[in-house]
Design a protein around this ligand. Structure first.
Ligand code: SRM
Ligand code: SF4
Length: 575
């Protein structure tokens, strides 16, 4: 700045006071992290006590390795271990030893994409990836097998498409999810995509919000028919209707649920607040900032929001949050709100009428979320030809194309069949999801995606189930496909057969989300995968023979203890 334009002392004082008002921070440390003690600590954690990842972030902010990435791309080399962590701030994961290449995780709030973006992502996979993409359990998209020389090409193309991957990995707020049928769901109370987008841009444009002690998840549920598993998130907003008698103006509000983290066997719980739609982003940002200031930076295992709230309780957290807000938080009992609407467990696939008269959304089954670039182009074409170019990805690892006219459904379906995908599924195949697994993830004890498809085919051939069921395959305890919310959850674990290590699973039963929420019970341990298909067939047959009336699989299993479940579901093992 030229001398003449320098700030006067008064101006400097004024600016300092405004900065203090805006943030409770006094400065930035060398890594550009906003903190109240830039020299000696990161948010009061002395430098000597920081865990490894915090030291890496302290030494250089994860957002500041663009030049390193460019240099490494020019030399076609992988980053050193510290920068390997920082690359994840750009959504670039070096997934060695499972694959000696990068996986790109993009982010798209609410899983909303245009057909042009979808085609562009197909090109990324074709030109620089492994020629396939995967839909993730956060209604997001990943491209794998990217070599170092193509990292910049991929990130630039993503930007050109109007997409980003910033903050998709490492200690950041992950893809903001929203009910995938938002804006056209006959049951919804409010379209939540604008809120998910507002949240997404708030995160992207506030550098301090890339400074979490650990990953963080936010989700918006519209009250619509299709679940987005909002109560598995650190922050889950659920739209509710409130009648005038509750002491507030009648209308649609959000309940705030906190601290979902199913790998740690916890769903989010209602914290007693009722928020107006336009308060949600500010409240989330305030929670994020409280978490930034007070979350654990010494121990990664305790660095999630759950552990802060375990120590403090909701009350103290909300007091701290209130200090950061310019409007009062509104405590209203959950009972004062209308009950949560029931989800349609088959709403993410098949043909469904929209709010808009004469229009339909069509949920397409993309088994375990995998698609080829050609299939993606065909889906994009369908979205353009029959819809409005709008494509939605769901937490169930599938796709929804909305706005299809009544009289065009049948030609849509004919064209869809050319992609090798279908809108129809059985009670089993519509509800199977799987994390990346040993094919691409170093933590995996099993080939989740491959085995999910084997099980799905087997059950389809062997059993006719008359009620929907979810089967979640996760390759390790990290729980990326949330096995604890499955009717049947499978968690990969190594097993021995004749001294040889084979893929196996622990089995949990009776989980669910939303109106059917529960953490599944641990029932079987270390079952080799080869035994699992007949075992699950037997479970489902036993359930159908012994259930009371119309009780679903979750209800059937929840009223029994683990021992009882083992007893009734075991005979097959000896057969
Ligand atoms: Fe996950 C780590 C894949 C959703 C809990 N997860 C990983 C890594 C990055 C392993 C690694 O560090 O190398 C996996 C990359 C595999 C790969 O190469 O593809 C991975 N997680 C996934 C995805 C792709 C699974 C899928 O196939 O869909 C999901 C990407 C979502 C997205 O688009 O952002 C994915 N992971 C989840 C979820 C579900 C969710 O976020 O809604 C969870 C459980 C919820 C939660 O809050 O923890 C989840 N992933 C974890 C954890 C355990 C975190 C914990 O605090 O317990 C790890 C390990 C870690 O972070 O250190 C992990
Ligand atoms: Fe990898 Fe485990 Fe997550 Fe599966 S659950 S993607 S194996 S970290």
């Amino acid at each position: 700045m030229p001398q003449s334009a320098a700030f006067t002392n008064d101006q400097k004082e004024y600016l300092a006071s405004r900065i203090k008002e805006a943030y409770p921070f006094l400065g930035q440390n060398q890594a550009g992290q906003f903190t109240n003690d830039p020299e000696e600590s990161v948010f009061n954690t002395p430098l000597d006590d920081l865990c490894k990842e915090e030291v890496i972030k302290y030494e250089r902010n994860g957002l500041d390795v663009w030049d390193v990435m460019q240099k490494n791309a020019a030399d076609n080399i992988f980053p050193d271990p510290d920068d390997t962590f920082r690359y994840k701030f750009y959504g670039m994961f070096h997934v060695k030893p499972a694959q000696d290449s990068f996986m790109l995780r993009a982010r798209m709030p609410g899983g909303v994409l245009t057909s042009a973006q979808f085609r562009g992502l197909a090109e990324v996979a074709e030109d620089w990836g492994g020629n396939y993409t995967d839909i993730t359990t956060r209604g997001n998209l990943q491209v794998r097998e990217i070599m170092p020389k193509n990292v910049i090409n991929v990130l630039q193309k993503l930007g050109d498409l109007g997409l980003t991957s910033k903050g998709a990995g490492a200690d950041n707020v992950r893809n903001v999810t929203a009910t995938p049928t938002s804006g056209f769901d006959r049951q919804e109370l409010i379209d939540v995509v604008p809120l998910a987008r507002a949240m997404h841009h708030c995160i992207l444009n506030n550098r301090d919000l890339y400074g979490m002690p650990r990953k963080f998840n936010i989700s918006f549920d519209s009250g619509g028919a299709v679940s987005t598993c909002a109560d598995t998130n650190d922050i889950g907003f659920y739209a509710v209707e409130v009648k005038e008698s509750a002491g507030v103006e009648a209308g649609v509000y959000f309940r705030l649920q906190l601290c979902g983290i199913t790998g740690h066997r916890q769903l989010a719980s209602d914290c007693g607040l009722l928020l107006k739609p336009d308060e949600c982003v500010a409240v989330s940002a305030a929670i994020l900032r409280v978490f930034i200031e007070h979350g654990d930076r010494t121990n990664r295992k305790r660095a999630r929001l759950k552990y802060l709230v375990d120590d403090w309780g909701h009350e103290k957290l909300l007091e701290k949050v209130q200090e950061k807000l310019t409007f009062p938080l509104r405590a209203i009992a959950l009972e004062a709100c209308e009950p949560m609407l029931i989800k349609n467990r088959q709403g993410h696939y098949g043909i469904h009428q929209q709010t808009q008269e004469g229009l339909n959304y069509i949920g397409i089954v993309t088994p375990v979320g995998r698609m080829s670039p050609d299939q993606m182009r065909q889906l994009a074409k369908l979205a353009d030809r029959y819809g409005e170019g709008d494509i939605r990805l769901t937490a169930w690892q599938n796709i929804i194309i909305p706005h299809v006219k009544d009289d065009e459904i049948s030609s849509f379906l004919t064209d869809l069949s050319k992609s090798g995908f279908s809108h129809s599924a059985t009670s089993v195949t519509g509800g199977i999801i799987a994390c990346t697994g040993s094919f691409g993830c170093k933590f995996a004890a099993a080939d989740t995606k491959g085995q999910a498809q084997i099980l799905s085919k087997y059950l389809d051939e062997e059993i006719e189930l008359d009620t929907p069921i979810n089967i979640h395959f996760t390759g390790c305890p990290n729980s990326c496909a949330q096995h604890y919310i499955g009717d049947i959850g499978l968690q990969g674990v190594p097993c021995k057969i004749d001294g040889e290590t084979v893929d196996g699973y622990n089995i949990v039963l009776g989980g669910g989300v939303d109106d059917n929420r529960a953490i599944a019970q641990d029932v079987f341990q270390a079952i080799p995968f080869t035994e699992i298909p007949p075992m699950i067939k037997f479970m489902l047959e036993t359930y159908m023979e012994s259930r009371e009336g119309t009780e679903d699989f979750a209800a059937f299993t929840r009223k029994r203890t683990s021992d009882e479940l083992r007893a009734i579901f075991t005979p097959l093992k000896s057969a």
